[in-house]
Design a protein around this ligand. Sequence first.
Ligand code: FES
Length: 211
Amino acid sequence: MNPKNKPGGLIKFVIDGQKVEAGPGWSILETARHHHIHIPTLCFHPAVTPWGSCRLCVVETRYGKRSQVVASCLTRPVPELEVMTNSERVQNVRRWVLEMLLAECPASREVKDLAAQYGVTSTRFAIKDPNEECLKCGRCVAVCHEVVGVNALTFGSRGVTKQLETPHRVPNNACVGCGCCVSVCPTGALQARLDTVRGDLARRTGHGFAH
Ligand code: FES
């Protein structure tokens, strides 16, 4: 094994024809960002563990004869991997993802703008709530759990019935009103739900929600 490619060492691979190096543990997305190569994202945030929920960050990888489309925020490179961030295959998958996101959160300006960049202006998927802005990316849940450490937010149900909730669907006294959930939300959806999340924080502390 080449010592430079040993676990924990730099990994040399190629993104869009450019030779790049990944630091220990970096994903393809983190390496691309380090080298100023753009890959669109919605759910990724450097402060929390990547969850891979939006799938917007897909890229095409080639390794030997093997080619696949993967989420770049969840995938670590291997030496001599070839990555294409905007191949035809990637663009097709991204358009499909954006159609699904348009159905999931049709009121989100960010999603609409991103979709328009890929020529997607409508969706073939069923729209449950035309006023929905939340794309259920999980950034708010992750930052509350991993950074703030109070678990004031969670997801109820799974699949199409998945909803952002407070535990047991009641205003949550665990919330410390730090505003981290609001600040990491990629669509601004949490702003409207703040009163439910914070519960009686203002009464308990004498302060409103800090954001
Ligand atoms: S940014 Fe990678 S799946 Fe959302």
